[in-house]
Design a protein around this ligand. Sequence first.
Ligand SMILES: O=C(O)[C@@H](CO)OP(=O)(O)O
Ligand SMILES: [Mg+2]
Length: 434
Amino acid sequence: MHHCNAIRDIYAREILDSRGNPTIETQVLLADGTIGTASVPSGASTGRYEAKELRDKEKQDRYCGRGVERAVNHVNDRIAREVIGVNALEQTELDHLLIRLDGTEDKSNLGANAILSVSMAAAKAAAMSLNLPLYRYLGGVHTRRIPVPMMNVLNGGRHADNIIDFQEFMIMPAGACCFREGLRMCTEVYHMIKALLKGRGYHTGVGDEGGFAPDLPDTGSVCDILMEAIETAGYRAGKDIVLCLDAAASEIYDRDFGKYVFVGESKGKEKKVVRTAEELIDYYAELIEKYPIVSIEDGLEEEDFPGWELMNTRLGLQTQLVGDDLFVTSTKRLQRGIDCRAANAVLVKINQIGTLTEAFDTIRMAREYGYRSIVSHRSGETADTTIADIAVAFGTGQIKTGAPCRSERVEKYNRLLKIEEELGDTAIYKNPFS
Ligand SMILES: O=C(O)[C@@H](CO)OP(=O)(O)O
Ligand SMILES: [Mg+2]
């Protein structure tokens, strides 16, 4: 109890996220006076099997009403009573205590957002009290690898009000020499995309993650613009910069119909464009043939493990196939995918599972089975930069954190710039696909 790293007090409040929705921020005070502060993001295209946050928005909050307020009260009341006195350095114990206290499979009792805010704030306080940067505290002395950004530059799906069916089009500076250089390259391409869109009369408003959201008719025309922007900016597409997709296929899947419906692509056509899982895999194969696409996330919907297996057999050797809604950062779901060879990579979103310890377990399991991990933001974000430190701490080699023009995303990039500077000559940056 009198240990200097013991939690002395804890306090949560309601703040706003980048979509203007309430979210939770929690502060943990240690006996030595250190304060750790953390805030929690929120998704729009959430996976069915994600841990449940207590949110205000009705569609995400099965209790309806003031969800975040209840999450805040849970931290200040029930959680505070239990965690005061716990040693903040014992992250695993603390997280397991929170899981037990909640008592449900999906954290719907206290709220995954309430629980995660405490988990994160305690880790930050512990690092600070040891005078260590967070990545060093979480990763130890061997921590040296800076992730390559998967930068979202064009938005569609649930993240924008345009007609593009797939959710995210990303560029990745795989051929850069260091993070700073890679970030600069991507930013130049981002600006070039804007110029090209403008020149062709498309609007240049952006989606939730800062990627442009023009009404381009289909995936091919989006990829064409990206290719042109890369080349015009002076880079070699496929060498210096490669492409990645997040199809977020669960969002376009019609369960009753058993097919994927491409509403945007159907515009102006007589017949609706629909694809079965097999046809969608063929479509990906065509796209990969034509464009330097190295990674496809949520290529199929979250229930279709057999479909994923087929996709992995067809495309998995040359393409990174990332499970986001499919795995929801859960070791249980990931194990199922591993058993049936469903994919070869996992997206890691700490709020999908609700504690740091469980997210770390998922990264560890992925590594054991030769899966890659990509640490990721949510479409509703805050200024919190914990995910940048996690990516470095675990040397995942890849991070997905949006466009370079919305502060809540830029915060993460700027944090990585700072970490790379701190690591100096010891920093490692390398193409995750070579
Ligand atoms: O699908 C995704 O990968 C994420 C983040 O880009 O979106 P959301 O947070 O809306 O789930
Ligand atoms: Mg996704």
